[in-house]
Design a protein around this ligand. Structure first.
Ligand SMILES: *Cc1c(COP(=O)(O)O)cnc(C)c1O
Length: 456
């Protein structure tokens, strides 16, 4: 019978690594709504994106081709850590005493420690191909900044990063990691942009925000003709690059003759979830398997489960094109939960669209349940998860415990999208009983929703 003596790790040989990314748009029953120009509210065209992104990525953003070839210059770098292993969480299953079989795709084996290099590498590659010598970006928790610093180093490019002031102070090791790969770091708000100077004049101790850091990185990119900007989640091309995760997982599960009954993934901007889930959604739409596919978000930032499906801005300052997505309102400021990568007011338009179409489900889980599950996971499977995928693990544990009740032998698949070695302060809080769950009052959402533009 399938699954009863699967190996601990299911590996692919380098020669078996997929050589194409998958574009879910090609297979969706209805096309996702286009991004709109923030001023005219007309569909945004390539010219609107050209100051920020290279043409190859703008084309990938709007393509309807089912597959896009991964360039050789990207595959070479991917091979530093890909194919990534698929693990059977047998020791966790035993601890939970469940008949379910839990598999996790481990993306923490990348140099930066998360799934983000799957997109930072191609983004740097295409910019380099088009003669761009420098990338600017923002980083909050530091995962994306690390991934882009690593990627630009592979192609001999410069990288300038605005890191939210609070995390710049609290996470000195992330900063050092980015500097090892040659990036230049600024605490945001900074003295380098008009916006930053104005904020610092008001408050020299400003702790910053992701929205402010985005505005600074965009302003510095637009001012330099040799520079472009890079975004680590949300956009269609980012989710497409991440599908290497799901394509590999499909091949790995096939090796042990398994198909998932339930797939769970944590959603911040939606990229690791989309990357794992979309290839399985293709198989489901083609009638080859029938997994339940479920997004897991933090109770303190419940974008899908409590937000509205509306056109909204991607940044807090309201500078980006308008995207149709599940949003809590771009002025929404989530509580400082430890999963920094899940504190985003919106959701990838593609994930929002498939959720709105009823193709995937969503649940929200409070952070203490997530850390409790992560501790069980670390004790049995060994790996200390990043705070973000603790949400996916908690959802997998819920499902496994339901199987214990029902006696069902479901196959559960998730992504462990990063390790938590640089996020130990959050575990320290949890272990010492200093972590709280935030109840999100409905009027907080109602207030932030007022910032969402009303379109005709
Ligand atoms: C950035 C990040 C996330 C959130 O981003 P998604 O686009 O939702 O994947 C989740 N987990 C880790 C480890 C991250 O670094």
């Amino acid at each position: 019978m399938a699954g009863h003596d699967t190996p601990k790790k299911i590996h692919l040989d380098e020669s078996e690594m997929p050589t194409q990314w998958y574009n879910v748009v090609a297979d969706l029953p209805t096309p996702p709504p286009p991004a709109l120009h923030p001023g005219t509210h007309e569909p945004a065209g390539p010219d609107d994106f050209a100051p920020l992104f290279p043409m190859a990525l703008i084309e990938q953003e709007v393509t309807t081709e089912r597959y896009v070839d991964i360039p050789g210059g990207v595959l070479d770098v991917y091979k530093l850590w890909r194919p990534s292993p698929l693990f059977r969480a047998k020791r966790l299953e035993e601890m939970l005493d469940t008949p379910a079989r839990i598999y996790y795709k481990y993306e923490g084996v990348s140099p930066a420690g998360s799934h983000k290099p799957n997109t930072s590498v191609p983004q740097a590659y295409y910019n380099h191909q088009e003669g761009i010598t420098k990338l600017t970006t923002e980083t909050g928790a530091g995962q994306w900044g690390s991934a882009l610093a690593f990627a630009t180093a592979q192609y001999g490019m410069e990288c300038e990063i605005w890191q939210v002031a609070a995390s710049y102070k609290q996470k000195p090791y992330r900063k050092t990691m980015m500097e090892i790969w040659g990036a230049t770091l600024h605490s945001s708000p900074s003295e380098l942009t008009e916006f930053g100077r104005a904020l610092l004049a008001e408050n020299p101790d400003h702790t910053g925000s992701l929205g402010i850091a985005i505005s600074e990185a965009v302003a510095m990119c637009v001012a330099d003709p040799n520079a472009r900007y890079a975004l680590g989640s949300v956009l269609n091309h980012v989710l497409m690059h991440q599908t290497i995760i799901g394509e590999e997982a499909l091949l790995q599960l096939a090796k042990v003759d398994e198909t998932p009954d339930v797939l769970v993934g944590c959603t911040g901007g939606g990229s690791n979830f989309g990357g794992l889930a979309f290839p399985f959604l293709r198989e489901k739409l083609a009638g080859k398997m029938d997994p339940i596919i479920r997004c897991v978000e933090p109770a303190a930032c419940p974008t899908l489960t409590k937000g509205e499906y509306r056109y909204d801005f991607g940044d807090s300052a309201g500078m980006t094109p308008l995207m149709k997505m599940h949003t809590l309102g771009h002025s929404f400021v989530p509580e400082p939960i430890h999963a920094g990568g899940l504190r985003y007011h919106g959701m990838a338009p593609l994930v929002s669209h498939v959720y709105n179409e009823g193709l995937v489900e969503a649940i929200a889980i409070p952070q203490r349940e997530c850390f409790a599950a992560a501790i069980d996971f670390a004790k049995t499977e060994g790996i200390v998860p990043a705070p973000e995928p603790t949400h996916a693990i908690a959802a997998a544990v819920r499902e496994a415990l339901a199987c214990k009740e029902s006696g069902e032998e479901k196959v559960i698949l998730t992504a462990l999208c990063g390790h938590g070695h640089l996020d130990l302060a959050s575990y320290e809080k949890y272990l010492h009983g200093d972590m709280v769950d935030y109840e999100l009052p409905d009027d907080a959402i109602a207030e932030a929703m007022k910032s969402v533009p009303v379109l005709n």
